[in-house]
Write a protein that binds this ligand. Structure first.
Ligand SMILES: Cc1cc2nc3c(=O)[nH]c(=O)nc-3n(C[C@H](O)[C@H](O)[C@H](O)COP(=O)(O)OP(=O)(O)OC[C@H]3O[C@@H](n4cnc5c(N)ncnc54)[C@H](O)[C@@H]3O)c2cc1C
Length: 413
């Protein structure tokens, strides 16, 4: 297997390395380097400005919509170099990663012009309105409905687990627009303003005192008729595109954050002597081999994309990816807490916001000051649920990749 990158990719790598070296604060990534309080806030602001100036935000989007039009290979190299330097690319999860690319793929020209540059410039923030009280894994059972009234959709219903709804300007929302159609049909994908009288957001307070997600109630809320993405009653296909982005496409870079995190865990084990316990060593070796598997599978996926391969084995990799990394991450974070022992229960987090790899910034929680590793441990519990539960991913692999019989449904559907 030849793992070297083509010369033009390496030239691009040098360009990014030089840029990072010029723009990151001196000492970044070296032992003892720290940015706290105001310095951290100042860095965050200036860094975003620098990323804009460098054109690195949503850089793979076409130039006409404000991106740099990077090729797949260039986008991979960009992500690799930022990951290597430990430099944050802006992680506006809902805008940059989910709805932006979905609008690029399915949106009308008008929608692209209206929304993409605002997403890129950070002028509008988003939340995702898919799940409902009786429609999570069985998403197609959703009941929120939208009815046309002149030039506007009128929306009624309820969403739940809506992350960041309390801050969002817009929600990308699934609503039933044809109640008589079979359940996967008759759904549309709407872009709905959040700041209007018909939208009520009720934060769900969690056991640690924070309230990341919300219930959202729609009571005659409105959006323009033209805010349907991908065509009327075609929302299921559009939603599957968004979920594809949510389940992870950064094939060659995701193992890097896990490798970095594992290095930290090994450091901790060496520090407190746990690394001399044969069982701990065995679990660490097991974790290391799983990160390696992610790395190799990442290369296989990238090669397949570059060669436009239709190899069903590679399609299976995409489908297994989410359940593999999320289950790995739960295991390794449990190992991290076992290594810390009783000390792992002492909350030693500071008052600064944190960057949770893969999920974005998380505000500091004064009432429950977990540190980065403790936060990652807690958050890993949710990773086999959001974006499609691990059991559902297994059903997808069984039915769509291995061609096994479909699971029986109530009512014989
Ligand atoms: C941290 C976090 C953030 C989230 N943010 C958002 C958001 O911003 N927007 C949004 O729309 N949603 C969000 N969600 C909701 C998420 O998409 C749902 O929780 C998820 O789809 C599961 O649905 P559910 O909670 O209703 O569980 P259920 O669907 O009720 O599942 C319960 C259990 O039953 C299992 N199960 C269900 N059906 C089957 C089956 N057919 N075969 C085998 N097992 C099955 C599941 O795997 C699970 O273990 C978030 C969830 C979390 C944890």
């Amino acid at each position: 297997m030849d793992l070297t990158y083509p010369p033009e990719a390496e030239a691009f790598r040098t360009e990014i390395r030089d840029w990072l070296q010029e723009n990151l604060p001196e000492g970044w990534g070296e032992p003892g380097f720290e940015l706290a309080g105001e310095a951290r806030a100042r860095f965050n602001k200036q860094w975003t400005e620098k990323l804009f100036a460098g054109g690195w935000i949503c850089a793979s989007w076409p130039k006409e919509y404000g991106g740099k039009g990077l090729s797949t290979m260039q986008a991979v190299v960009l992500n690799e170099e930022f990951a290597r330097a430990g430099a944050p690319l802006r992680a506006d999860f809902f805008g940059d990663t989910l709805v932006g690319p979905t609008i690029l793929q399915w949106g009308s020209e008008e929608q692209k012009k209206t929304f993409l540059s605002k997403i890129l410039r950070g002028q509008i923030t988003w939340c995702q309105g898919f799940s409902e009280p009786d429609a999570g894994s069985d998403l197609a059972s959703l009941k929120t409905r939208a009815e046309l009234d002149g030039d506007e959709w009128v929306i009624n219903g309820q969403k739940v687990w809506t992350t960041q709804a309390q801050y969002a300007d817009y929600i990308f929302l699934l609503a039933r627009t044809d109640p008589n159609a079979p359940k996967h049909k008759g759904i549309s994908y709407l872009l709905v303003p959040m700041k209007q009288p018909g939208v009520e957001v009720r934060p769900i307070k969690q056991v640690d005192g924070s309230a990341e997600f919300n219930e959202v109630f729609f009571n005659n809320a409105r959006c323009p008729k033209d805010n349907v993405v991908g065509g009327l009653n075609n929302g299921w296909a559009v939603a599957m595109t968004t979920l594809g982005f949510e389940r992870g496409t950064s094939a060659t870079t995701s193992h890097r954050r896990f490798q970095k995190e594992l290095d930290e865990i090994i450091k901790e084990a060496r520090k407190n002597g746990a690394s001399s316990d044969p069982l701990v060593r065995q679990r660490l070796a097991h974790a290391w081999s799983k990160v390696k598997i992610m790395e190799i599978n990442g290369f296989r996926s990238l090669t397949a994309v570059l060669n436009k391969s239709k190899d069903p084995g590679v399609a299976a990799l995409g489908a297994t990816n989410k359940m593999f990394w999320s289950e790995y991450h739960q295991d390794v974070m449990k190992l991290a807490m076992d290594i810390r022992g009783m000390g792992g229960q002492v909350l030693t987090g500071g008052s600064d916001e944190e960057f949770i790899p893969g999920y974005g910034r998380r505000p500091a929680n004064q009432s429950y000051p977990a540190d980065a590793m403790q936060s990652a441990f807690f958050f890993s519990r949710s990773e086999t649920i959001w974006g499609g539960a691990a059991e559902i991913q297994r059903n997808i692999v069984g039915e769509r990749v291995l061609g096994l019989p479909k699971e029986p449904k109530v009512g014989g559907e």
